[in-house]
Ligand binder design. Structure first.
Ligand code: PLP
Length: 445
């Protein structure tokens, strides 16, 4: 047998072994889909909400989507749904946007993640863009809303320690607020139901009534009298999860003044309200004042994970080593955010949000008149609007479930509110479809 023959035979044997190995991998996949080995129940991977492989953190609606385009999603059976949720106020450009797809494909081929050990061009570019179009001067990037707020809380604490060393540093937050699920963000969240089971919370947070300046003033005075120092206020310009409650301009003007007087940082949580959602680029633009800093996430990446803390010079006090995030501001996430911001401008989406918001609000007015026993009221700005449901009659979750039959996706918020937060690209026709679907749901309830 020649050497060539021997080599060929060896190659053949190797290929055969590889084929056998890959086939055996196939049976591993099958095994994973077999009855769950630990509890004996059937647990098919990906069959949420019952899949035992997933921790029991969500009470999911039992529906699985296969594809999305614009403001529409299709489930496994091919049924089409109008999406008034947008991944919870996240998919700013809708689903499977052509431009975002193209830009991210190119980015994936170029570079995806390198860490903050090195310069990241896309991050610097995004930082420049964000500071050019907002009141902020510097940005820290992370991956989510809770993480952005965690950064803001650390920043306020550091500000307090610099300016009032040795004093008890207090952070004010609002009742019915929502700032996320990490322990500090949860401690700042003014809704005890989210904190249950996780006590004790982090010390140093005090809560005021949203839109009630007297309750803020009282806390500042109380702290002064007790030799405590309020280092900052963390507040949403429009409460989302708490029930879609817009901030009042008078309240926020007084809040700005008292923070100036006592040298406390005023930081806005714009995780839900930022990036065009209210019809202005930033929620604070609806209030006639500027914060010292604000946090972003949700809509910034158009469905891709990115969070940010943006600050004015006064609050730009982090030094190397104070704070970090391995994934924060990686080239891929930054390219997604850059594309979202560019497309908002190119497609004049702020104007669309304003007009569609007006249309939605007028439609809600009509629905409220037609169904006074079901609807208690409406509130919101731009494309973050809420219908307040009469709890003597029904609840927002039941309406959300009923909406599935009608091919409409809704998300409830606190205070028995149906929250409408569709993609910013939603058209006049789609808003009409949404209102018609709501009308037929209310007719059948
Ligand atoms: N802040 C606000 C105002 C939010 O609405 C949310 C999420 O709903 C968060 C923070 C938390 O964001 P994430 O879920 O990305 O951590």
């Amino acid at each position: 047998m020649t050497t060539e023959c021997i080599v060929n035979k060896m190659i053949f044997v190797i290929i055969k072994k590889f084929t056998k190995f890959f086939k055996s991998l196939g049976s591993v996949v099958e095994l994973v889909d077999a009855p769950h080995s630990k509890c004996g129940t059937f647990g098919y991977v990906g069959s949420s909400p019952t899949a035992p492989t997933l921790m029991n953190t969500y009470s999911r609606f039992d529906i699985t989507f296969k594809k999305g385009k614009g403001c529409w999603l299709w489930d496994k059976a091919g049924k089409k749904y109008l999406d008034a949720v947008a991944g919870i106020a996240t998919c700013s450009l809708g689903h499977s946007d052509r431009v975002l797809r193209r830009r991210l494909s190119i980015q994936l081929k170029k570079i995806q993640h390198i860490s903050n050990l090195y310069n990241i061009e896309e991050q610097e570019q995004l930082g420049r863009t964000l500071t050019n179009i907002s009141c902020a001067e510097s940005v820290f990037f992370c991956n989510s809303g809770a993480e952005a707020n965690e950064s803001a809380i650390k920043l306020i604490k550091k500000y307090g320690n610099i300016n009032n060393p040795g004093k008890d540093s207090i952070i004010l937050a609002a009742e019915s607020s929502f700032h996320g699920r990490t322990l500090a963000a949860l401690s700042a969240t003014g809704q005890p139901k989210y904190q249950e089971g996780f006590q004790p919370m982090i010390k140093g947070f005090k809560f005021f009534k949203f839109n009630n300046f007297d309750s803020v003033k009282k806390l500042f005075e109380e702290c002064e009298n007790n030799d405590q120092k309020i280092s900052g206020v963390l507040v949403e310009p429009i409460q989302g999860e708490g029930g879609v409650i817009p901030g009042s301009a008078i309240f926020f003007k007084s809040l700005r003044e008292i923070c100036n007087k006592y040298n406390a940082l005023l930081i806005f949580d714009e995780v839900q309200s930022g990036v065009g959602r209210t019809g202005k680029m930033w929620g604070y633009e609806n209030l006639g004042i500027e914060p010292d800093g604000f946090t972003l996430a949700k809509g910034l990446g158009g469905g891709h994970a990115i969070g940010a803390l943006l600050v004015k010079e006064k609050a730009n006090i982090f030094s190397p080593g104070d704070h970090a995030s391995t994934f924060g501001g990686n080239p891929f996430a930054c390219k997604a955010a850059l594309t979202v911001l560019e497309e908002i401008k190119k497609r004049n989406l702020l104007n669309n949000v304003y007009l569609r918001g007006q249309q939605l609000s007028e439609g809600f007015e009509k629905l409220s008149k037609k169904f006074p026993n079901i609807i208690r009221g409406k509130r919101g700005l731009g494309l973050i609007q809420g219908l307040v449901i009469n709890d003597d009659y029904t609840d927002a979750k039941k309406i959300t479930i009923k909406a599935f039959d009608k091919g409409l996706l809704l998300v409830p918020a606190g205070g028995n509110v149906i929250r409408i937060v569709p993609p910013l690209i939603i058209s006049r026709r789609e808003i009409n479809t949404l209102l018609n679907k709501l009308n037929s749901i209310f007719e059948e309830i």
